[in-house]
Design a protein around this ligand. Structure first.
Ligand code: NAD
Ligand code: UGA
Length: 436
């Protein structure tokens, strides 16, 4: 099997997973990031993010067939295939900020003397590849290259599994040469999964359409969850009943405090913006976004209804990351709920298995906010536990012991991690989401 000299631009959640997984397959990989601190850490063999399993692979491949650099000449001159994995965050108007994509497109132009394949892995608006191509040609009319799209569908926390066993691989290509290279990299032996080979703009669109659909699906079940609370029905049972229909599917029907993370919020907004620019009204996505924003108000209302007065209450906050198995707090519902509780006068003890360091950078400890070393520590002298992320550690907590440490045994569960009957039998006042 042919092994390639692969360059990966951006050492974030996607770039690092891509680079390290390609190195596991024996490709020669150079991963480049302009963030010198990140590269310094990586050169010491340390992973600057929490993504289970990455460090173990890196131990095997580091300095054998994967290298890290903060120097553009080292990656661009030495790669045959360049995967662009830089961020595409949100602009104030909701559109995607493509300045990082543009910056690396310009940076690589002077290294295109011999043919190179440039592959977008970042999530980008439809037709971004056309702009990359145009930019490169503007700076270097003699450049020999193709731009392809290979959108990434990995989920944080299960990035390695999603890389090696994806549901599908989408390859958007504009030449036979690009198609051949990508099919060699994603060969049937190493990737025996459905492959969609299409033109570049279709591949770009598949990514936005997928993320927005998943966000819409979660908002739908959250809308149903609100109704379930009104009529005394269990949303999890409703979701099970719906999900057994293969046309609907059980996944992404977990009601809770809403979708966060670095992708769904910005990608839904960017898709709405793209539609607007093309005079299409994606009002269904606007509603999905609104429903999601209202999850925070809904949860705060639940806390008020349960505790009566929030001022002066000591609350154990379980979970800061936007979902379990990651230290990522970008657009995390927890990070939106915490200031609301503080404004209402609560004292908070925050606990998360992995995301406390990141949270301390934006919510430093003070007289009203403490960070606990353990779940036991978090609940001591507390009036209630608020569950904001569904980490396994919380699911497996020893509730009878924890109850003894609490002033009042109250659990307000934004993620429905417990069986209400069992928790109530233990003597807790248990307030789930979308359930009687
Ligand atoms: P990230 O912010 O974790 O990492 C991006 C990295 O790119 C940063 O380290 C930054 O320093 C670097 N960078 C920016 N401009 C650069 C440049 N010109 N040259 C070199 N390095 C540069 O972002 P991420 O979460 O990995 O996401 C990257 C892209 O992948 C986004 O478009 C995102 O929407 C998409 N995506 C993310 C996920 C996910 O789970 N996080 C999944 C699928 C797709
Ligand atoms: C999501 C997609 O699932 C990936 O396929 C995609 O590649 C990625 O975005 C991206 O483009 O960046 P990710 O953001 O890592 O992945 O996390 P998800 O597991 O999708 O969860 C997103 C949010 O939805 C979390 O806040 C999670 O708690 C919430 N969620 C998820 C629910 O509230 N209910 C569910 O049933 C599922």
């Amino acid at each position: 099997m042919k092994r390639f000299k692969i360059g990966v631009v951006g050492a974030g959640y996607v770039g690092l997973t891509t680079a390290i997984c390609f190195s596991e397959l024996g490709h020669h990989v150079i991963c480049y990031d302009k963030d010198t601190e990140k590269i310094k850490k990586l050169k010491e063999g340390k992973i600057p993010i929490y993504e289970p399993g990455l460090e173990d692979i890196l131990k095997k491949t580091y300095q054998k067939n994967i290298f890290f650099t903060d120097k553009p000449e080292e990656i661009y001159a030495n790669s045959e295939v360049i995967f662009i994995c830089v961020g595409t965050p949100e602009m104030p108007d909701g559109s995607a900020d493509l300045s990082y994509i543009e910056a690396c497109s310009i940076e690589l132009t002077s290294y295109l003397k011999e043919y190179k394949l440039i592959v977008e892995k970042s999530t980008v608006p439809v037709r971004t590849a056309e702009w990359i191509e145009r930019t490169i040609k503007l700076y270097n009319p003699h450049a020999d290259f193709d731009v392809a799209s290979n959108p990434e569908f990995l989920k944080e926390g299960s990035g390695i599994k999603d890389f090696f066993q994806p549901d599908r691989i989408v390859l958007g290509v504009s030449s036979e040469r690009a198609k051949k290279i990508l099919l060699e990299i994603y060969n049937e032996k190493e990737f025996p999964y459905p492959k969609i080979i299409t033109d570049v703009k279709t591949a770009e669109l598949i990514k936005h359409a997928s993320n927005s659909f998943l966000a819409l699906k979660i908002s739908y079940i959250n809308m149903v969850a609100n109704f379930c609370e009104k009529v005394g029905v269990d949303v999890d049972v409703v979701a099970e009943g719906m999900g057994l229909d293969r046309r609907i599917g059980r996944e992404f029907l977990k009601a809770g405090i809403g979708w966060g993370g670095s992708c769904f919020p910005k990608d839904v907004k960017a898709f709405i913006k793209m539609a607007e620019e093309n005079h299409e009204d994606f009002s269904i996505l606007k509603e999905a976004y609104k429903i999601n924003e209202k999850r925070i108000d809904h949860f705060i209302e639940k806390v008020k209804k349960t505790l009566w007065v929030i001022k002066g209450k000591r609350l154990a906050i379980w979970g800061l990351s936007f979902k379990p198995n990651t230290d990522d707090i970008r657009e995390s519902p927890a990070i939106k709920i915490i200031p609301r509780l503080l404004n209402a006068g609560a004292y908070l003890k925050l606990y998360d298995p992995e995301a406390m360091e990141n949270t301390k950078k934006i919510i430093p400890p003070n007289v009203n906010v403490n960070y606990a070393d353990s779940i036991e520590e978090s609940v001591k002298e507390s009036h209630a536990i608020l569950i904001l992320t569904d980490w396994d550690e919380f699911k497996n907590a020893n509730l009878p012991t924890l109850k003894k440490y609490m002033i009042t045994p109250i659990i307000i569960d934004g993620r429905n991690i417990y069986d209400p009957k069992k928790v109530r039998e233990l003597g807790f006042l248990y307030v789930p989401t979308g359930k009687p």
